[in-house]
Write a protein that binds this ligand. Structure first.
Ligand code: FE
Length: 373
């Protein structure tokens, strides 16, 4: 039985501009359904999955190309089957709406903002596992065990090879008038930037961060818009000299066979890890949460343990160019090619706490209106 009234579910799905995909790994290869097929099959599939002993149901914001090899390896190692619902938005809300009868066992997502939102919306439950705790350093998981980081990504500066001579930079320096009209960034309210700004508040205090944001705003080449890669493209096109973006986008551009023009964008910039001589570069996480009403808790925890293990951590680095949270796991060659860096030691719990204050500062300084206002 599926408790979602069909009309409500339909409305929810209609609100989604993306297509939902249900996939079963380890049993059959990826199978996809249109939204309408999803409606018809979902209750059956989810309910069946929930009652199948040992099948882990995953709700994933992370994409199939990354999740598939991880789950195939998990099934190979444990014999446990998995089922996945992929979506770009709305999964946390959906688990909350499904309540006690939610088939979700594990949520996979990115960013401390979304991990902490899962906790705030009451859809997670704490996990106690010595294997997970041994694999994931304390700063990359919640003290209560209700969210865990799986990979690290740094928010860095992409600088034009042609127009920027320096090979080191700090976040603070982005407010220096020497960069007037030369910086591109996505919306200040995007989770990636909110976390970066929260880290500035943690280190420098609210007032200094506000002044910094005003300086950064004055230095923007244009109104914040587009995603991280769009900013790097703008550096390539000569619209700005510096762009703020996450590290793995470098790998995605360097390796992009479908859109080979992105290789040129990547080749036009150098990746600068900010604050290497001081506190280190700001880092964020992708991670996982055990769903509050997980029907297959035991198998779900096994999956969570696997995702924190060396083998899975290597897959993350190789497939999506992220940094393993587990110490001592080799980075992929491409990730290595960007050089060693010092990561900011600030606990991600602290960043989660300061996100609201960071978001308020973005509004107060009118950052998203760009340099002219
Ligand atoms: Fe991203």
């Amino acid at each position: 039985m599926f408790l979602f009234p069909a009309a409500l579910l339909k409305r929810k799905l209609k609100a989604c501009s993306y297509s939902l995909v249900v996939a079963t790994f380890g049993v059959v290869s990826l199978s996809s359904f249109s939204n309408s097929t999803f409606l018809a099959t979902e209750a059956h599939a989810a309910d069946k999955a929930a009652t199948e002993k040992g099948v882990v149901n995953i709700y994933s914001y992370r994409q199939p190309y990354l999740v598939k090899p991880l789950l195939e390896e998990f099934t190979k190692q444990t014999g446990i089957q998995t089922k996945v619902i992929f979506a770009k938005k709305g999964l946390i809300e959906r688990i909350a709406a499904e309540g006690k009868l939610s088939p979700a066992d594990v949520l996979l997502t990115v960013d401390i903002g979304r991990l902490s939102a899962a906790v705030e919306k009451g859809i997670s439950q704490p996990v106690k596992s010595s294997a997970i705790e041994g694999n994931i350093p304390a700063k990359y998981r919640s003290a209560k065990g209700d969210w865990f980081g799986l990979t690290v990504r740094s928010r860095v500066v992409y600088a034009s090879k042609d127009r920027v001579g320096q090979d080191a930079i700090s976040y603070e320096e982005l407010a220096d008038p020497k960069w007037r009209g030369k910086i591109c960034m996505r919306s200040g309210q995007h989770v990636y930037n909110v976390a970066m700004i929260a880290s500035m508040i943690a280190h420098n205090g609210t007032e200094k961060t506000k002044t910094w944001l005003k300086g950064l705003k004055a230095n923007l080449a244009r109104k914040p818009s587009g995603n991280d890669r769009a900013q790097i493209k703008a550096v390539f096109a000569g619209q700005c000299d510096l762009a703020i973006g996450n590290t793995y986008y470098m790998g995605k551009m360097q390796n992009n066979e479908k859109k080979p023009e992105q290789k040129k964008w990547a080749a036009s910039v150098k990746l600068l890890f900010p604050n290497t001589k001081t506190r280190g570069a700001h880092v964020n996480l992708s991670g996982m949460v055990l769903a509050k009403h997980a029907p297959n808790k035991e198998a779900a925890v096994k999956l969570m343990e696997f995702l924190s293990s060396e083998k899975a951590q290597q897959i993350y680095s190789k497939v999506n160019f992220e940094y393993p949270v587990k110490e001592g796991v080799a980075w992929s060659d491409l990730v290595k090619s960007w050089g060693e860096f010092k990561a900011d030691d600030l606990a991600l719990d602290k960043i989660a706490e300061l996100r609201k204050a960071a978001s308020l500062l973005v509004d107060e300084t009118d950052l998203n209106n760009g340099p002219s206002s």
